[in-house]
Design a protein around this ligand. Structure first.
Ligand code: SF4
Length: 322
């Protein structure tokens, strides 16, 4: 089956500009050779500490930033480098849900206008037909039809995220890129929004690229997990396998640090020391070597490649090489 999204050795380096001529004096290597694919109806969660590059990957997929290298394919078509006119037929296939439901909705527009705007722009819907589509979308996300005449500030955080989902669904996308979509919500509301996203996925066959730092959220919604560290994927595989038996030392430390509901459960005690190094000058060899308790001489010189460590799961660590 053709993946909805394929990201192939994606690279994004941001220049640091100095002087009157604004010449680049250094480069922030935010994303450095990231590859993955998402099948129709699948949720791939990108996880990692803040600054690991996961949100930059999301922005590249949404074309909010241009990649420095690599390719992005939607339904098998390479869309990297297409201009706006060439990309227009693909735009409606990929929609987004933002982290902050307070900031992502235009406060001056009523909900009916917010949800209806893409339908007017892309499908030319007007009048009764538009009203009916908007009411149908609000019903799909569990909001009453009378909400169309109200402004975003009249809704709670969870309801606003539902409005964001209704807007994202308007053009029947195949892929929704969701960047920390529930992290600004109360814990009690998070599960409701996640469950809604899963219901919508089942009903519409949606694929999600879901960016999160919260492993409890990822465990709830994900099918597969890709763990990022300093711009690279260090482990990728089926959710339960990665969370139950993490292979890469960084994944082990992330899982060990996550709160687990059963205090009697046996867990890894691996603790991370120090801060994430600067992406301006990432460590040579394995980028994790400055914090890894298992570091060997080889790790400081040789970059470990992602390789299969169990069926469907890859990790990049010299310790895991046969
Ligand atoms: Fe640690 Fe070396 Fe594996 Fe990197 S390659 S994670 S430094 S053991």
């Amino acid at each position: 089956m053709t993946p909805v999204l394929e990201v192939d050795r994606l690279v994004k380096h941001f220049p640091i500009l100095r002087g009157i001529l604004r010449r680049p004096v250094a480069w922030v290597r935010a994303v450095d050779g990231v590859s993955f694919a998402i099948a129709p109806g699948e949720t791939l969660c990108l996880v990692g500490e803040s600054g690991c590059g996961k949100s930059t990957v999301a922005r590249l997929v949404l074309r909010l930033d241009e990649p420095t290298g690599g390719a992005i394919r939607l339904d098998g078509t390479d869309v990297t480098g297409l201009d706006e006119r060439e990309f227009a037929p693909f735009r409606r296939r990929v929609q987004m849900v933002f982290q902050d439901p307070y900031a992502s909705l235009n406060p001056r527009l009523k909900v009916g206008q917010i949800v209806g705007e893409p339908l007017e722009n892309y499908e030319g819907l007007r009048g009764k037909a538009l009203e009916e589509r908007v009411a149908g979308l609000l019903a799909k996300v569990g909001l009453r039809p009378e909400g169309v005449g109200r402004y975003p500030f009249e809704f709670s955080g969870g309801q606003r995220q539902r409005i964001g989902l209704a807007r994202a669904l308007a053009l029947n996308p195949k892929l929704i890129v969701a960047d920390e979509p529930v992290s600004a919500l109360d814990v009690s509301v998070q599960a409701q929004v996640l469950n809604l996203m899963m219901d919508l996925q089942e009903e519409f066959g949606l694929a999600y690229l879901f960016v999160s730092h919260d492993l409890a959220v990822v465990e709830h919604i994900g099918h597969r997990i890709a763990v990022m560290y300093l711009g690279e994927i260090v482990e990728i595989g089926p959710k339960q396998v990665v969370l139950d038996e993490p292979k890469h030392p960084y994944t082990r430390a992330l899982v060990a640090a996550a709160p687990i509901p059963d205090p009697r459960a046996k867990r890894d005690t691996l603790v991370l020391e120090g801060d994430v190094p600067s992406p301006l000058n990432p460590p040579a060899g394995c980028r994790f070597h400055t914090r890894c308790p298992f570091v060997m001489d080889r790790c400081r010189e040789e970059t470990p490649r992602l390789r299969e460590v169990s069926p469907g799961r890859q990790a990049a660590c010299h310790l895991l090489e046969a």
